[in-house]
Design a binder for this molecule. Structure first.
Ligand SMILES: O=C(O)CCC(=O)C(=O)O
Ligand SMILES: [Fe+2]
Length: 390
């Protein structure tokens, strides 16, 4: 497929429809549908990841089967796929369509919804090119949407394009939480042999204040010179800050996982799946036993370099008042002798603020990373992030 066939023109409301409250110009019938670019034909070293069929969850013995399937993945790999998660392909495609049309809005419109970077508030629009990657600017544009709960109601405004579809976005986000995040947390509880299968679920209810968010993400193509300056993305190794990250099928290859053997492998685009990775918070809650996996997004293979890479993600996080200490009633964690990662008490709210301050403010990050001079930064109370193998 030629690149032009996945490009679309921006849909703007016809002049006579520009009345407030008339959002019909943004009906899906009027928005050109998003089309994924074709998959790469290159033979890449792909990661071997397990796939959980979430339909099995409700069947007799299903939870135990799925937990068994997860044991190795969550302790050693930190990545896996889920399928049959209760959303139709059409629902997923419509979110990609909204993402595509959002990113095509002019910057003058998007900047009305720009993140308050200085306040470490990541919700809203994050403009591309804010951070330096190796010797060039980043190529990432993001729009983050918080939970639809009273804590966030009225705090953020949306462009008309999204206002016209907020109920559907909310349904989608809530479905991800209820159909994927909560069942996975019960499976983790089974893996950890917790007496209370709801232990982690109780720290992640949708209604209580937490920083879960839904994300539209766009990676712009780069020229060869730009990729060279960016070291082809090799310096981007990181862990995510929350509990789990959900990434919808991404046919433009780029995502790589750092394995226990020290090698990077590529994540492939399995039809009908969501890629799930474990992140820092679930690692803090288990003293590192559940693995916050190191990953990065590198230059796509040559046959996909010309495409924009559009992502849909959901970041799950515990309630803001959750104290990030290892769970005490897991016989498995007790046997493993896990230890807290922080010197002192840290709540989720503090952890989010500390990590997001570094992520959203390149100047602060540069200074803080330079403080120690050993490739590490103290994020909070004795917890360090590091630079990973290029
Ligand atoms: O786009 C991807 O494949 C992963 C993005 C990612 O790692 C992140 O946003 O933290
Ligand atoms: Fe990530």
């Amino acid at each position: 497929m030629a690149p032009s066939s996945v490009e679309t023109t921006t849909i703007t409301a016809p002049a006579e429809k520009k009345r407030p409250n008339d959002l019909s110009a943004y009906d899906f019938s009027k928005l050109e549908p998003y089309v994924h670019p074709p998959e790469t034909k290159e033979d890449l070293p792909w990661s071997e990841l397990v796939t959980l069929d979430l339909e099995d969850y409700g069947r007799p013995g299903g939870k135990e089967r799925l937990a068994k399937q997860l044991e190795h993945a969550v302790h050693h790999v930190g990545f896996f796929y889920v399928k049959k998660f209760g959303l139709t392909q059409e629902q997923v495609d419509r979110q990609f369509t909204l993402a595509q049309h959002f990113f095509k809005l002019p910057a003058s419109e998007k900047e009305k919804y720009e993140c308050n970077y200085a306040a470490a508030d990541y919700n809203g629009w994050r403009r591309p090119g804010r951070a330096q990657v190796a010797n060039t600017n980043d190529n990432i544009e993001i729009y983050n949407i918080p939970k639809f709960t009273p804590d966030f109601a009225g705090k953020y405004d949306y462009p008309d394009l999204l206002k016209a579809h907020l109920p559907e976005i909310e349904t989608f986000q809530r479905a991800l939480h209820a159909n994927v995040v909560l069942p996975l947390l019960r499976l983790f509880a089974i893996v950890l042999q917790l007496p209370d299968e709801e232990y982690l679920v109780k720290q992640h209810t949708y209604e209580k204040k937490s920083e879960d968010h839904f994300r539209y993400m766009l990676y712009y193509p780069r020229t060869e010179e730009e990729w060279k300056a960016a070291k082809y993305g090799a310096t981007g190794g990181h862990t995510d800050l929350g509990t789990v990250t959900l990434l919808f099928r991404q046919p433009v290859a780029g995502l790589q996982i750092l394995g226990e053997d020290g090698n990077w492998t590529w994540v492939s685009a399995q039809p009908g799946t969501i890629t799930v990775n474990l992140a820092d918070t679930i690692s803090h809650l288990t003293g590192g036993w559940l693995k916050s996996s190191v990953h990065r997004v590198v230059a796509p293979p040559q046959d996909q370099r010309q495409y924009k890479r559009t992502g849909l993600l959901y970041f799950a996080r515990p309630h803001n008042d959750t104290v990030l200490v290892p769970i005490t009633d897991s016989p498995l964690l007790e046997k493993a002798g896990v230890r807290p990662g922080f010197d002192g008490t840290v709540t989720m709210e503090e952890w989010v603020r500390a990590k997001q301050t570094l992520q959203l403010n390149p100047e602060i990050a540069k200074k803080r990373w330079a403080e120690r001079g050993d490739g590490k930064v103290e994020v909070l109370k004795g917890w360090h992030d590091q630079k990973y193998k290029e």
